[in-house]
Design a protein around this ligand. Structure first.
Ligand code: 3HC
Ligand code: NAI
Length: 704
């Protein structure tokens, strides 16, 4: 019997139990239609003969949250909170039956129900903070009433998912259903509740005992979060809401939550983080490549070169159970490489993130060799030898001889032409760039570089491999530095020019860290090693190197043996114990001397000037990368910057930041810098000019 149904809900009566079915694929997001459907079903069920209701979802998951794509639309009536109030005030008990993930507004809906049961594999969480938001449908008020204040702070400010069994420990779930049949288990649970005359429990009625938490917890958490989530508004507002839950009435707390949620939703941080949510998912989609594109099975991997990158890359595969063979030039280099991997795993064990047994399991999957014949059966080979085209071509020529047909031959090159590497083989269709970021076992980004002849199958397989090892893949075309490093060269050049023209290292790093970068650019150089850029420049012509004022200080530091943190000093000195960076008058003197040598007149910089000088070239180069088709869409570039370069997620990447500023403003600023400096590289990209003139944005252009 159907009391009420909508396109995304239906109602079924089985005996004396009413079942509200939710069916809004792919993740049962709470769209307006779904909210209305639930509201109508709960209201209608009040008048039928059922004694209790079950809310359950079809498809792969319980409700995974509000529909994020509807956040820019005007609010509708009845409000989400009104619907949850209707659920909570129902005269008959409503039980949420959870499988998959009950997230955000999904968990909030479940918390408005009178009881919650779940299969053991279910996960729950309030991940709104990852979208620059707070749970806006009672989550900050109901969760602490169940879990206690401290656990709620942890749950909501981390946004992490927890397993159903742990959720039982936190009172978020009342009952675990054994076996796979959720509906059958939920029916039995409801019958038991009815037989026990279980009360109509309303979370809103629970009082938080003031003695159950330390009143200092709120200020302490705010301080901690201002360090851990530097610059982010949402974690701070979450604490405000939980404090309201602990100190005000439910309705007052709910009003506070509603007001703060709307502030965040309408602000630029959440807009940027929502953009990132969709951009990351879009980046998985390769234009012109359908889901039906065949993929090759990758069951064994070989790595050529066991240095900084090779070792880290090998760990990625061993971590997911794929055996890896690492090839080095000689036994000594091989043992050194294997030794570093061992040390890296030991550090993870020390931090408690891996057991000794797991470490041994991973190590047993990594073997070493110096003989190319041992790579004959590898499904995927990733080359990570020195950054030199000739050496890479020699390696690929050897791989072409020994590797089985169908093996994917990948290079981790940072800058070299993947077409030239592929040309060293007779199978360019199997050659691709897989550009990992350092440290390769930790950094999430993987640039997948499509050369002229790379086959669709090889691209599709590489995207799947990235997912399997937990990376965030972005497709790039071939150009010097691909998406990330090509843009980063511009950022690096301006950093050095600001330095020599008068800004201090401390000011530059402070400005960019205040903007939200994980580290300022000079601190990054010191961490990565100033010699890396130095070595890259050694292979370039004078023309390719560009303006000597943009690298003379870095070169002089390397010549002085100041390579960065690894040598104890670079643009800064480093405390040997704490690694804290310390300003160094020697560096200031060196910069002044170089400025005099190159005839640079030094002057004071405002913070805004530094921000513009460093961020505008990223945007301008990003625009050129887009117009050349090197990147598929502006969101892909943003994903590269957030996941590979520590760009603040709450600015959403450089292209989203540009859209936020408005391309007209960006165009005007670039034009002014072009006029004042007379340098070609400040000339606004044609795409920026066109989009600025038509009032458009990178995002709109990418969608067209
Ligand atoms: N709204 C709209 N679309 C959503 C969505 C949501 N909440 N969650 C997922 N989707 C879409 C994705 O964009 C993707 O679309 P596509 O196929 O067109 O690219 C599709 O659903 C599948 O998503 P995934 O590729 O991410 O699928 P997975 O199986 O890998 O992951 C998931 C599933 C764990 C549910 C993951 O999608 C996820 O974490 N979703 C977001 C959860 C979330 O943040 N919820 C809170 C929302 S805010 C809120 O509820 C506010 C409230 O407090 C008022
Ligand atoms: P590295 O110098 O630490 O390691 C290179 C290793 O390759 C050495 O152990 C060397 O013995 C080995 N090797 C050299 N020639 C070889 C050959 N013919 N056969 C087998 N092994 C050989 O260099 P690193 O930093 O690991 O870089 C490797 C590649 O990864 C380069 O192309 C680099 O541009 C790229 N890359 C480096 C990043 C970094 O931050 N270090 C980041 C991303 C890419």
């Amino acid at each position: 019997m159907s009391v009420t149904s909508s396109s995304v809900t239906s109602y079924e009566v089985r005996g004396d139990i009413g079942i509200i079915w939710i069916n809004n694929p792919p993740v049962n997001a709470l769209s307006q239609a779904l909210r209305d459907g639930i509201y109508a079903a709960v209201n209608a069920a009040q008048d039928d003969a059922t004694k209790a209701l079950i809310m359950i979802c079809q498809g792969r998951t319980f409700i995974a949250g509000a529909d994020i794509s509807e956040f820019d639309k005007a609010p509708t009536e009845p409000s989400f909170n009104k619907i949850l109030e209707t659920i909570e005030q129902s005269a008959k008990p409503i039980v949420a039956a959870i499988h998959g993930t009950a997230l955000g507004g999904g968990l909030e809906t479940a918390l408005a129900c009178h009881y919650r049961c779940a299969v053991g594999t279910a996960m729950v969480g309030l991940p709104e903070v990852k979208l620059g938001l707070l749970p806006g449908a009672g989550g900050t008020q109901r969760a602490p009433r169940l879990t206690g204040v401290e656990a709620a702070i942890k749950l909501i400010t981390s946004g992490n998912l927890i397993k159903a069994k742990d959720a039982v420990g936190l009172n978020l779930i009342d009952h675990i259903i054994e076996g796979d049949d959720l509906l059958e288990g939920a029916m039995a649970y409801v019958q038991q509740l009815l037989a026990d005359n279980a009360p109509l429990r309303k979370v809103r009625d629970i009082n938080i005992d003031p003695a159950s938490f330390d009143p200092a917890i709120f200020d302490n958490s705010r301080k901690q979060l201002s360090r851990r989530a530097r610059g982010q508004l949402a974690p701070q507002r979450i604490i405000d809401c939980i404090e309201a839950a602990a100190t005000l009435s439910f309705d007052e707390g709910l009003a506070t939550e509603g007001r703060l949620f709307m502030d965040l939703k309408d602000g630029s941080q959440s807009a940027a983080m929502r953009h990132m949510f969709f951009a990351q998912r879009e980046a998985n989609k390769i234009k012109g490549l359908g889901k039906e594109t065949a993929k090759r099975a990758i069951k064994s991997v070989a790595i050529i070169g066991g240095g900084t990158m090779g070792g880290g890359i090998a760990m990625n595969f061993a971590n997911v159970g794929i055996p890896v063979t690492m090839l080095e030039i000689n036994d000594e280099a091989l043992q050194r490489g294997l030794g570093i991997i061992d040390k890296n795993y030991s550090m993870t064990v020390k931090k408690g993130k891996l057991s000794e047994e797991q470490k041994q399991g991973c190590l047993s999957l990594i073997s070493g060799t110096t003989d190319y014949q041992d790579l004959a059966n590898a499904d995927l080979v990733i080359e990570a030898v020195f950054e030199n085209l000739e050496i890479k071509q020699q390696v690929f020529a050897k791989l072409d001889k020994v590797c089985k047909p169908g093996a994917i031959l990948a290079s981790n090159t940072s800058y070299q032409d993947v077409n030239a590497i592929a040309a060293a083989t007779k199978r360019p269709e199997d050659v691709i760039g897989l550009h990992f970021f350092s440290p390769a076992n930790i950094m999430k980004l993987l640039e997948i570089v499509r050369a002229d002849n790379t086959s669709d199958e090889v691209i599709a397989t590489s995207m799947a491999v990235a997912k399997a090892i937990g990376k965030v893949p972005v497709l790039s075309g071939v150009c010097f530095g691909f998406i990330g490093n090509r843009m980063f060269s511009e950022y690096g050049r301006e950093t050095q020019l600001c330095l020599i023209e008068g800004a201090s290292a401390e000011q530059i790093d402070r400005v960019m860290e205040e903007y939200g970068m994980a580290m300022g650019p000079l601190a990054v150089s010191d961490l990565a090693g100033i010699d890396i850029g130095y070595k890259v420049r050694e292979g370039l012509s004078a023309e390719e190197k560009g303006d000597p004022r943009s690298f003379c200080v870095a070169d002089a530091l390397v010549d002085l043996g100041r390579l960065g943190q690894k040598s104890g000093a670079g643009f800064y000195q480093y405390d040997p114990q704490t690694r804290a960076r310390i300003s160094d008058p020697e560096v200031s003197a060196l910069v002044e001397a170089k400025a005099a040598e190159y005839g640079v007149e030094r002057r004071d910089f405002t913070d805004e000037e530094i921000r513009d000088r460093l961020l505008l070239p990223l945007i301008n180069e990003g625009a050129k990368i887009l117009q050349e088709g090197i990147a598929q869409r502006s969101g892909d570039i943003d994903v590269v910057y957030v996941y590979g370069y520590g760009f603040p997620v709450y600015h959403g990447g450089p292209m989203q930041y540009a859209d936020h500023l408005g391309l007209d403003a960006v165009y005007k600023k670039l034009s002014a810098l072009h006029r004042e400096s007379g340098k070609d590289y400040w000339q606004p990209a044609d795409l920026i000019k066109t989009l600025a003139e038509s009032g458009s944005s990178f995002a709109k252009w990418s969608q067209s």
